[in-house]
Design a binder for this molecule. Structure first.
Ligand SMILES: [Zn+2]
Length: 96
């Protein structure tokens, strides 16, 4: 599963676009999340976020207990997500 597979062939403009409803801004972040009610634990869904909406989307997921990790869009999600442990790109030391 590679988010970049989605780009290029569809009618969407080139590049990643923020997942926030009605936002057409260029995304710079990817929010990795998992819903334990419908996904296996290792599964990762990815939302894209522009800088303006990154915090909004993180809060949305964290409120529901779905948020896992936020990575720069430059990071290959598959490899980064394979690491289980400290090393989150955001708020190091805030765990707990
Ligand atoms: Zn946005």
């Amino acid at each position: 599963m590679n988010i970049f597979d989605l780009a290029g062939s569809a009618a969407e403009p080139a590049g990643a676009v923020c997942s926030r409803k009605a936002c057409r801004a260029h995304a710079e972040w990817q929010l990795l999340w998992n819903n334990p009610k419908i996904h296996t634990p290792e599964r990762r869904k990815i939302w894209l976020a522009c800088p303006e909406h990154r915090a909004w989307l993180e809060d949305y997921l964290q409120t529901r207990g779905l948020w896992k990790e936020t990575l720069s869009l430059d990071s290959p999600a598959g490899e980064a997500a394979a690491e289980d442990g400290p090393g989150s790109a955001v708020a190091p030391g805030r765990a707990g």
